[in-house]
Design a protein around this ligand. Structure first.
Ligand code: KG4
Ligand code: ZN
Length: 339
């Protein structure tokens, strides 16, 4: 008999529900994106996000069940993101999951959002299994994690300030590009010269797994500001390409260093910024030349989605890591934190 898990994700600006079979097979993955709601504000407005989640969560769950061709009675568990994220947004998913768990008498599983991202590539690559090094690069996080097995993780390092995605979004804003900026910066960078401007690579070669992207973001702003004061015009595509090259360089250097230190065979990239093809190609190239395997998820599984939450929840179910109805949203939940 196969095991069916309903995954729910509402930590930021996507309302998503998915049905996952045996941890690896996506039976459905419905994502209601709120990007148009927040675009005119240049970033996510927490109160608007919560309200939209309330409106969307039940229709999205209904659609996920119907596309998967299953009913509530067929589910073996419900897994939900309970942190980190926006508290009001998280609460909507947590409340819905608790209600479903109670109504259908099925186990409730609290999923860490980053653990969900880290497991997303398992849905794309059936042969992939721990141990590996996970590089999670999203709008809120930049973290390197040693994944020893399905329930043992060690955080190697993370960003001290801005996340990589946040830096993409802020640079996009100063370049006059829409929110979320990552895909627009990538598109613009395609016609630019990545060596036109040498931006700083913070913490590169320092032997730690810490990241910092706020200095890089400020350097981009300074370069643009100085040029405009001098009445010079910079080629925006060159700025975008040079910025992107710096981000990719920093991430790749630290990831390779982590692979060597942890002595694992594979690097697993995930999170919204994993959609960036310049990053994927460079990591693939460096992993190949150093004798490591490289994995990344399908593009649709890079940004927030419930399939990754269902996948992670399946492995927690196997390990008996089950929550009860006291499960609460924890906006700054640390990796490996207590429920
Ligand atoms: O994982 P995600 O959906 O949300 C968080 O949990 O933060 O990631 C969203 C982030 C945004 O900052 C967005 O600009 C970035 O991922 N992103 C990209 C690309 N696609 C999305 N960054 C760079 N290149 C891309 N192609
Ligand atoms: Zn995310």
């Amino acid at each position: 008999m196969s095991v069916l898990v309903l995954g729910l994700e509402t930590s930021c600006d996507e309302t998503s529900a998915a049905v996952i079979e045996d941890g690896r097979k996506i039976r459905s993955n419905i994502i209601a994106s709120q990007i148009p709601v927040h675009q005119k504000y240049g970033g996510v407005v927490p109160e608007l996000a919560s309200r939209r989640h309330v409106e969307d969560v039940i229709p999205v769950i209904d659609q996920a069940l119907s596309v998967a061709g299953v009913g509530l009675a067929d589910l073996d568990a419900v897994g939900v993101t309970y942190g980190p994220g926006l508290v009001g947004a998280l609460l909507v998913g947590v409340a819905a999951a608790k209600a479903l768990s109670f109504a259908a008498s099925i186990p409730l599983i609290g999923v860490h959002h980053l653990e969900g991202h880290m497991f997303a590539p398992l849905l794309t690559h059936p042969e992939l299994a721990p141990p590996f090094v996970g590089l999670i690069v999203s709008g809120g996080h930049t973290s390197l994690v040693h994944v020893r097995d399905y329930s043992s993780f060690q955080l190697l390092g993370q960003t001290r300030d801005d996340a990589a995605g946040e830096a993409f979004d802020k640079v996009a804003r100063v370049l006059g590009l829409p929110y979320p900026g990552g895909p627009h910066v990538e598109a613009l960078a395609r016609s630019g010269n990545p060596t036109a401007i040498r931006f700083p690579r913070s913490f590169a070669g320092d032997g730690t797994f810490e990241f910092s992207f706020s200095g890089l973001k400020s350097a981009v702003i300074n370069v643009l500001h100085t040029a405009s004061q001098r009445g010079e015009t910079l080629v925006a595509a060159d700025v975008a390409a040079s910025f992107q090259a710096a981000v990719v360089d920093i991430l790749a250097e630290k990831a390779l260093q982590a692979l060597q230190q942890c002595k694992v065979p594979s690097l697993v990239l995930s999170g919204g910024v994993a959609a960036n093809s310049c990053l994927r190609n460079e990591l693939e190239r460096r992993c190949q030349s150093a004798g490591f395997r490289f994995y990344s998820p399908d593009t649709v599984l890079c940004t927030d989605n419930a399939a990754m939450i269902g996948c992670r929840a399946y492995y927690q179910l196997q390990a008996g890591d089950i929550a009860d109805l006291r499960l609460n949203a924890i906006p700054s939940l640390p990796l490996g934190g207590k429920r």
